[in-house]
Design a protein around this ligand. Structure first.
Ligand code: ZN
Length: 159
């Protein structure tokens, strides 16, 4: 079966940046299973996988526009130091904050006596991504999966 909208796809992958440094891999967490055509993975990877079948291997470079987007200056904000708990805050530390789209990871990019500057861009914003992918399985989505817009069962949303 070929990968198309309304198929459930299982892949192994290794993600590296353009310097060849590994950012993520399915080796630790196990293969990724997703519902194709539902926006569950980054658009560039979804497009590259369309038409492939189990056993196929592909390498694809995805520009930031088709991955996690370009950094947005508006997401870098200086906040009063008093908004933060007392104690040391260091550049590079990350924490979860409530944003318009739910909890997100923000990174401290500058600290001075009166303010803390945080960057709420996705950590991979602005970065081109190299994916080496092996397609493990392709099956038709169930009616319930199509309704919910995500995969059920092993690796799925309701385990
Ligand atoms: Zn569901």
């Amino acid at each position: 079966m070929q990968i198309a909208d309304q198929t459930v796809v299982t892949i192994d992958y290794t993600l590296t940046d353009t310097s060849g440094d590994e950012l993520d891999s399915s080796r630790e967490g196990g293969p990724l299973t997703y519902l194709h055509g539902a926006g569950n993975i980054i658009p560039g990877l979804e497009r590259a996988l369309a038409g492939h079948a189990a056993g196929d291997e592909l390498s694809v470079t995805i520009p930031p526009e088709d991955a996690y987007g370009l950094p947005d200056d508006d997401l870098v904000q200086a906040l009063p130091r008093s908004n933060f708990p007392p104690g040391e805050i260091t550049v590079g530390s990350q924490f979860r904050a409530d944003g318009p789209d739910g909890a997100q990871v923000v990174t401290v990019v500058a600290v001075d006596a009166s303010s803390v500057t945080i960057d709420a861009n996705h950590p991979l914003a602005g970065i081109a991504l190299n994916f080496a992918v092996t397609v493990r399985d392709v099956r038709a989505a169930t009616a319930e999966e199509r309704r919910h817009g995500h995969v059920h069962g092993a690796g799925g949303a309701h385990e």
